[in-house]
Design a protein around this ligand. Structure first.
Ligand code: NAD
Ligand code: LMR
Length: 323
């Protein structure tokens, strides 16, 4: 399989590429070709990473090509992991950030449209991930919208780990957690349907703990890591990107549902076309939103707040002529 990765010389790339080459994404049987995109000034550093990939002598890694032209790098890509993005610089407003990233993701959306394999799947990790995914998707009119997704799996994994720790269970015992909305502080990690070793999570933890500790800790975990490390999450973000793409292509190994930001079909009152996080089941490169979940009044308010933020971002990039 040909896998394209953007921002390959960055922090996440430094973990992600080695995990892919090791077979963590597609399994230990499937050879992989890597196509790596970077801005020209980062290509020398990327050459160093490629030397290291070579020195690992990964049995599954067929070849690696690097470049700064998205049309060339995405040529024939079956899976595109869009990690590279413009970080927020000092003094930058959210609108400036959307505009700077808009330029990247309009160009990459068009290049995917023109050059990628007919069957391509696209996962956006670079922030603001949901809206970057929307921009790429809207600039790739020949690729079905359902092929684009944005990463909320890191939030999902954070929630699973936190619930397991709180209940003294293994992460393997936790199922049916859902993350709704935007990959931002407004996201809603929802335990209403979650189970721990088959028991409803809501019977094991208090409502106060969910509201006052669980939701804010998961939603602000990225900021806490940035504060502690002096750099944003990287290995965990790479791992979540692998989990998202692996589950999409091969299905969830534990038979659980997962959380992904995907193009809304109007389910759960999320306006059609927004790329918003939902609980989804996956197999063979396709996903479906889990249907029929009862949504409490509390959940409704939280979902609506995060979706409102996504609508504001969509309005801003529409105004900028990016979608
Ligand atoms: P980084 O700054 O270390 O690396 C980003 C890389 O992208 C850099 O090497 C840069 O040169 C490259 N890049 C910039 N513009 C590019 C372009 N047009 N084409 C190709 N490459 C380009 O950042 P990082 O720590 O690797 O994080 C990457 C992104 O992932 C950031 O936007 C970060 O906020 C985001 N992130 C998302 C999640 C999530 O859960 N969705 C979690 C962590 C980080
Ligand atoms: C995270 O959730 O760790 C990141 O999205 C934080 C960031 O802003 O890079």
């Amino acid at each position: 399989m040909t896998v394209a990765v953007t921002g390959a010389a960055g922090q996440i790339g430094y973990s992600l590429l080695f995990r892919i080459a090791n077979g963590d994404l597609l399994g230990r049987e499937r050879p992989v070709r890597l196509r790596l995109l970077e801005i020209p000034s980062a290509l020398p550093a990327l050459e160093g990473t490629v030397m290291e990939l070579q020195d690992c002598a990964f049995p599954l890694l067929q070849d690696v090509e690097i470049g700064s032209d998205p049309h060339e790098v995405f040529d024939g890509a079956q899976l595109a992991l869009l990690v590279g993005a413009r970080p927020r610089a000092k003094g930058m407003e959210r609108g400036d950030l959307l505009e700077a990233n808009g330029a990247i993701f309009t160009q990459q959306g068009r290049a995917l449209n023109d050059a990628a394999h007919d069957d391509v799947r696209v996962v956006v990790t670079g922030n603001p991930a949901n809206t970057n995914a929307l921009i790429a998707q809207r600039n790739a009119p020949d690729i079905p919208a359902s092929r684009f997704g944005a990463l909320t799996r890191l939030d999902h994994n954070r929630g699973v780990a936190m619930l397991a720790e709180k209940t003294g269970a293994s992460v393997n015992d936790v199922k049916h957690l859902s993350v709704w909305g935007n990959h931002s502080a407004t996201q809603y990690p929802d335990l209403d349907h979650a189970t721990v070793a088959g028991r409803p999570a809501t019977e094991l933890v208090s409502r106060d703990w969910v509201t006052d500790t669980f939701i804010p800790t998961v939603a602000h975990r990225g900021a806490a890591i940035l504060q502690a490390r002096g750099a944003s999450s990287a290995a965990s973000a790479a791992s979540a990107t692998i989990d998202h793409a692996r589950d999409l292509m091969l299905g969830n190994p534990r038979g659980d549902w997962t959380s992904m930001a995907v193009v809304s079909d109007g389910s759960y009152g999320v306006p059609e076309g927004l790329i918003s996080s939902f609980p989804v089941t996956t197999s063979g490169g396709d996903w479906s939103i889990v249907q029929g979940l009862e949504i409490s009044e509390f959940s409704r308010t939280r979902i609506d707040a995060s979706v409102a933020e996504l609508e504001t971002e969509r309005a801003a990039v529409t105004e900028l002529g990016l979608v």
